[in-house]
Design a protein around this ligand. Structure first.
Ligand SMILES: NC(=O)c1ccc[n+]([C@@H]2O[C@H](COP(=O)([O-])OP(=O)(O)OC[C@H]3O[C@@H](n4cnc5c(N)ncnc54)[C@H](OP(=O)(O)O)[C@@H]3O)[C@@H](O)[C@H]2O)c1
Length: 239
């Protein structure tokens, strides 16, 4: 079995990526921060299907030491999926230095230093990296200033790493459109949801499975590197 590390893999899109890769013969290292219980439950579920096929690593990706700990605790790796992300509304005017540090550290700095730190281990296995970006890396989502900037950076990082880490490591990105409504602090109204759905050519949200299937496709596509695939139901046609 190959081994995949998925950041933010305990819930939502990350958990679906974990399940799908596991169904397709990957051992899964589920990284989590606050969702330790969910991560352990998912890991237990995967281990009950195939013995010793999953483990959990926790760590706050805002913290550079946690990134070193994660890098050091992985023995061998075929696939890194940088999925963890911070998302909440903040306009340019209301963004403070703490917002900048939190969002940039988790969404941009962490994928860079995880990729860099794990590149030797990935290289010996001819592995790959998949960054989960956002269609708003190209056109900004209003009131999400630092988030947009972080995802635009992640898109450029995907191309930069693809160039520099070749030929042994492939690096690609998946840019979701609207897949799952945000939770907690980023929650949006029913009227806003309706407006967003009307702008999608297919008139509906995608599913976490749509993202997971694309991650699997890229993980198995030996001659694709430096590419970013939008999974957005045609949302970008109307942007
Ligand atoms: N949902 C969508 O429709 C949509 C649309 C466009 C792009 N995307 C992108 O797709 C990916 C997955 O989306 P999602 O909605 O499933 O994401 P999410 O639920 O907002 O976040 C995924 C995970 O990120 C982890 N995370 C947040 N802050 C962290 C920190 N400081 N340290 C470590 N982990 C941290 C959390 O792990 P814990 O719970 O363990 O703390 C969380 O479960 C993200 O990159 C997102 O930007 C999603």
């Amino acid at each position: 079995m190959k081994t995949a590390l998925i950041t933010g893999g305990a819930a939502r899109i990350g958990a679906q990526i974990a399940r799908t890769l596991h169904e397709n013969n990957f051992k899964i290292i589920i990284h989590c921060n606050q969702s330790l219980e969910k991560a352990q439950l998912l890991s237990g579920e995967l281990n009950s299907i195939i013995k010793d096929s999953s483990e959990v690593i926790s760590g706050n990706l805002n913290n550079i030491e946690s990134i070193s700990n994660i890098v050091n605790s992985v023995d061998s790796l075929d696939l890194l999926v940088n999925n963890a992300s911070v998302f909440y509304p903040k306009s340019v005017k209301s963004s403070e230095i703490d917002d900048w540090n939190d969002v940039i550290n988790v969404n941009l700095r962490a994928p860079f230093f995880l990729s860099k730190g794990l590149s030797k281990k990935l290289s010996v296995r001819n592995g790959s990296i998949i960054n989960i970006i956002d269609i708003h890396a190209d056109r900004p989502l209003k009131n999400h200033a630092v988030y947009n900037i972080s995802k635009a950076g992640l898109k450029m990082m995907t191309q930069t790493l693809a160039k520099e880490l070749a030929p042994n490591i492939r690096v690609n990105g998946v840019s979701p459109g609207s897949i799952l409504w945000p939770e907690a602090s980023a929650e949006i109204s029913e009227a806003e949801k309706k407006l967003m759905l009307e702008r999608i050519a297919l008139n509906r949200q995608g599913s976490p499975q749509d993202i997971a299937d694309t991650v699997l496709f890229l993980a198995n596509s030996d001659y694709i590197t430096g590419q970013i695939i939008n999974i957005d139901g045609g949302r970008t046609l109307n942007q």
